[in-house]
Design a protein around this ligand. Structure first.
Ligand code: ADP
Ligand code: MG
Length: 803
């Protein structure tokens, strides 16, 4: 709270004529309060005004003589008030003086020069400048401009105002709430975010005021104008909001009725002016007298509005404007007397802080929780919920700093929360145990170093055993890794030798071996096929399977198989089926493409329909009409197209499914035929070998080649779709002719099989020799196989087509 008397300043208006010199003098001592002495001219000294006194002395806070600039006035009078307003206190500056003494010039400014700007524009400029500098606070500024004329309030900031008289402006009335707070009904508040916006409002008000004034009413001299800057500020996150108001008041002329000249309308006005100022004077007298219980604020609108500024919560400043000319001496003395009374009034300005209810609720909720916590401690009712991570971290920090603190007096303060106390003990125990273990391991090292014979404890043994076990595991893993690396290197060597051999023989091979991925390969396309396969990333695994094959399969046997196949009746069937399959694949491929196209088309049509629909809705909204009842022709057309495409799609899809069945069937037929061929060849080969062995013991190399084992298991398998099981079966049928290390059994046995038996992988297809077609077929097979592995779900088949 700031207790302060109303500050009074005097401003002397420049006089036109030099002759006026000697009427007053200003005694400005730096240390003393300035004095304005008004010296009565001789011809007036005997008059009624001075009661035979020759001079009158008045004390002011500061006296601004004729030469004082607007800038000086602002700096000395308005700026300190503006500062207190920015700090959150209410402020009022009012100019009091007779008509023509310079009230309006001081408060608003002169109309001619920029340098004549008065207190209002300068204060606005200063306030906005300060607000801009202070980015830590959120500010809002509002402006209101009220004119009081004949005890009536008018809103000068009515933007709709086109009236030519004051009476056309919105009337402002006073409302008083039960707490005796004054509210001005109908006075508009305009937010001004910038100085420019606020100035615009000032000019709007002044224009309204000027327009409303007629020579008859001369409102500007007979009315009071109150320009108010409402400031509110709030720190981000704070619940407190500060409100401050700065009233800049241009009062009506203080001249007496007698001087105005009475009669008719003018008399009424003069009476009101005097009444209004008379009431102001009464309020000021009441306020300046100690122990006055009743202050007659309510007697006039003006005193009601300025109630806070006069003897209330406000830093108030008065400027007595003086026109110290001979003819105005009595009015000037009267103004100064008034000022002296005003100077006795003490105001108590307080910060107008208000609590934002929403933020207050949050604050209170927090406080309630804290109180509940406290209560729980005192009533012994312990909380059972777990401590939060943040709380635990905080506790551990406390413990660490407690342990680090060398001061023996230091304490670990965790309050009376048992959960925290328990956690502290727990944590301390953990720290202690960790330290013990660490200490022990150090000790055991020391024991070792010293070659101490003392037996180790059971616990330490266990620990060492565990470490040993870990190391053993690590070594095993590393050995395995090394083995793998070694094998890889060997395989790479085999690969290069096999590549060479492949180039040599592939052209003559009727059925190059299959591969684990289920690729069925045919002799005519073998070299190309290898390239194609590599495209799909199969090459390495395919070749890997072949590793060792060429080494073990003699050229003679390969040639024998070729001849056997050529002369076999089934080879024609195989060849025919191969042709049909190729044809079916092309069909399937074309169909797949068409289906994909149709699907995209369906997507596009759907999008078009949606867009069209949205356009129609938007049109309806913009024209503020309901959705047109007439069907949209374009949309209808799009919909029928969509239906057509869907039908097409369905037909093609059914066809593709039928093709798929056919292709699979053909593949199975070919598999069977090939298997039969292979079987017969093996039987024949074994027979030949046996007879050779019988005839010549030198041909020992073939003695270990087992004849075709006609196991029931195999017979069953061959009659069923083979898929990937073929590898397994084949391994059973024909073990590797060469001794193979046990660890490499899987790869080498299957490889040896591939060298002799055209394996029937899952989706093997006869290739065409045409690289493009073959690659398509291979892609198809690859995808098909993945579907088969997923139990041939139709959706997946569809998914494949569209992937
Ligand atoms: P009031 O509002 O008190 O009736 P005004 O402010 O309208 O008086 O002043 C009357 C005339 O005197 C105006 O033309 C104004 O420009 C001029 N005037 C007032 N004070 C000064 C000043 N300090 N310097 C220059 N001109 C002034
Ligand atoms: Mg004026």
């Amino acid at each position: 709270m700031v207790k302060q008397t109303i500050q009074i300043f005097a401003r002397v208006k420049p006089t036109v004529r030099k002759q006026q010199q000697g009427i007053y003098s200003i005694d400005e001592d730096e240390k003393l309060t300035p004095n304005l002495e008004i010296i009565l001219p001789r011809d007036l000294a005997d008059g009624f005004v001075n009661n035979k006194r020759e001079s009158y002395k008045f004390k002011f806070q500061k006296i601004f003589d004729q030469g004082a600039s607007q800038e000086t006035i602002f700096e000395n009078i308005a700026k300190p008030v503006a500062e207190s307003v920015l700090a959150g206190y209410n402020g009022t500056i009012f100019a009091y003086g007779q008509t023509g003494s310079g009230k309006t010039f001081t408060i608003t400014g002169g109309a001619e020069r920029y340098s004549d700007r008065g207190i209002i524009p300068r204060t606005l400029s200063y306030i906005f400048e300060q607000l801009q500098k202070d980015s830590s606070t959120i500010h809002t500024t509002h402006i209101s401009y009220l004119e009081i004329y004949n005890e009536c309030g008018y809103d000068l900031l009515d933007p709709r105002h086109e009236a030519s008289s004051l009476e056309d402006l919105p009337k402002v009335t006073i409302l008083e709430d039960p707490d005796q707070n004054i509210h001005l009904k109908n006075l508009s508040l305009h937010q001004a975010a910038t100085e420019e916006e606020a100035l615009n409002l000032l000019f709007l008000g002044d224009t309204n005021r000027m327009i409303a004034e007629t020579p008859m009413n001369q409102a500007s001299t007979r009315s009071h104008c109150i320009f108010t800057i409402h400031l509110s500020s709030k720190e981000p996150g704070s619940a407190t909001v500060r409100h401050a108001k700065l009233h800049l008041v241009d009062l009506a002329g203080s001249e007496r009725v007698a001087k105005t000249g009475v009669g008719g309308q003018l008399l009424t006005e003069a009476k009101y002016i005097n009444l209004s100022l008379h009431y102001l004077e009464q309020v000021i007298i009441a306020l300046s007298e100690k122990h006055r219980a009743h202050i007659p604020y309510r007697n006039s609108m003006m005193t009601s509005v300025l109630r806070d500024s006069l003897g209330g919560n406000c830093m108030t400043t008065m400027i007595a404007t003086l026109s110290l000319e001979k003819r105005n001496i009595d009015e000037s003395i009267s103004t100064c007397r008034f000022a002296q009374r005003v100077a006795l009034i003490k105001n108590e300005a307080v910060l107008n802080e208000e609590i934002d209810p929403r933020l207050m609720i949050i604050r209170l909720q927090k406080e309630i929780q804290e109180l509940k916590d406290e209560l729980a401690i005192f009533t012994g009712e312990q909380r059972t919920e777990a401590l939060s991570d943040a709380e635990l971290l905080q506790l551990e920090k406390l413990i660490t700093s407690f342990l680090d603190d060398q001061d023996p007096e230091s304490r670990l303060e965790v309050g009376t929360d048992m959960r925290k106390i328990h956690h502290c003990f727990h944590h301390l125990k953990k720290l202690l145990n960790d330290k013990k273990i660490h200490g022990k391991s150090t000790v055991s090292c020391e024991i070792k170093d010293q070659d101490c014979q003392e037996p180790l404890k059971e616990e330490e043994y266990k620990k060492l055993r565990d470490i040993l076990q870990q190391r053993d595991n690590e070594i095993n893993i590393l050995v395995n890794m090394l083995k793998k690396e070694k094998k890889k290197a060997q395989d790479a060597l085999h690969l290069s030798s096999m590549d060479r051999s492949e180039c040599r023989h592939s052209q003559s091979l009727p059925f190059p071996p299959g591969n684990p991925e289920g690729l069925r390969t045919l002799p005519s396309s073998a070299p190309k096929q290898i390239q194609d396969v590599s495209t799909f990333g199969y090459r390495s695994s395919l070749l890997h399977r072949k590793t060792g094959m060429r080494e073990e399969m003699s050229l003679g046997r390969q040639e024998a198989f070729e001849i056997f196949k050529r002369d076999h009746a089934d080879s024609v069937t195989i060849e025919d089926n191969k042709q049909i399959l190729k044809q079916r694949f092309s069909e399937a491929k074309a169909l797949g493409e068409s289906i994909n196209e149709t699907r995209s088309k369906i997507g596009r049509l759907k999008e078009e329909i949606t867009q069209r629909h949205m356009q129609q809705v938007a049109l309806g909204v913009s024209e503020n009409i309901a959705m047109p009842s007439m069907p949209d022709l374009l949309e209808e057309k799009l919909r029928s197209q969509l239906e057509e495409e869907k039908r097409r799609y369905k037909t093609m899809f059914t066809h593709l499914k039928a093709l798929k069945v056919e292709i699979e069937h053909l593949q199975l037929l070919m598999d069977k035929a090939k298997m039969k061929l292979q079987k017969e060849f093996e039987a024949w080969w074994t027979e030949e070998a046996t007879s050779l062995q019988v005839n010549s013991p030198a041909v020992n190399s073939l003695s270990h080649v087992k004849p075709f084992p006609q196991t029931p298991e195999f017979q069953q398998e061959t009659s069923q779709p083979l898929f990937n099981k073929s590898n397994v079966n084949a391994r059973k049928i024909l073990p590797s002719p060469s001794p193979i290390p046990h660890s490499q059994e899987h790869n080498s046995t299957s490889a040896s099989l591939e060298s002799s038996v055209p394996e029937r992988p899952a989706s093997s297809v006869p290739l065409t020799g045409d690289s493009q077609t073959d690659s398509d077929i291979l892609a198809f097979i690859k995808a098909r196989q993945s579907i088969l592995q997923k139990k041939s779900a139709p959706q997946l088949w569809t998914g494949l087509l569209f992937s």
